[in-house]
Design a protein. Sequence first.
Length: 297
Amino acid sequence: MNTLLFIYNPTAGKGQVSEGLSPILDVFTKAGWLVTTYPTQGPGDAARAARELGPRFDRVVCAGGDGTLSETVTGLMALDDPPLLGYIPFGSTNDCATTLDLPKVPVQAAAIAAGEGVPRPSDIGKLNGQPFVYVAAFGAFTQVSYDTPQNLKNTFGHLAYIMEGIASLPTITPYHLKVEYDGHVLEDDFYFGMVSNAFSIGGIRLPKTEHVVLDDGLFEVDLIKKPVSIADVANGFQTLLDQGPMSAGARVHFQASHLIFSCDKPIPWTIDGEYGGNLPVNEVFNCSKALTIIRGS
């Protein structure tokens, strides 16, 4: 009998993982899996469990928010021969579920993870050696995701991020950056930047994502230039979301596999919605087809 390690975050999604545990395990068992369950005990525990326990199993499935998936990926990336990875979304925004074409109904996602889905190679990013699944970002609003209290996320969901984002507007500060990427260099003042491999960011499905390929070894890179007023902030983000014509050159967009961001002061980053460090020089690298992740289609 094939073995499956089920790592779940008991606090994600208003605690719904624990409440729905029995039906999920029933799906796994009916699909022929011998299941070992592991409830995470705190931050970083999913990574530790995946790293230490993962080699003993044929498949690893994690349940929780995007942060739980990111932690599990971090653990598996430390292995020489990582097992297949499945994901059951239970978080507040579930950007990864959208990108992986996974249903929000847990038993349906469990069936995909158990065998109905399609295992496909996936690129994994690294920021200063730290893995991320779908986005690394800096600047305006990026601190919102990891500063928003868990109880606020559980109560208000995506609205909680919006509330915290509005509160953060007075603190927006641009960074003067030198960005080196795949043999090119640009330098300017930017108040927001993200390196992504996703169809959805912050709970918002991005338009015109036909150029996003999850296993092509390339990131989508978006940089928004320094605003003059709060109105410019709104216009910059609207340009980013519309992905249409640039507004007075506000948005810089390109694809790259390897980037170095240099600044004269530390830049706080967020990776997959969690704090990702604070350094003046930051390297982002695409690990092409590093893991095989089960998708809905």
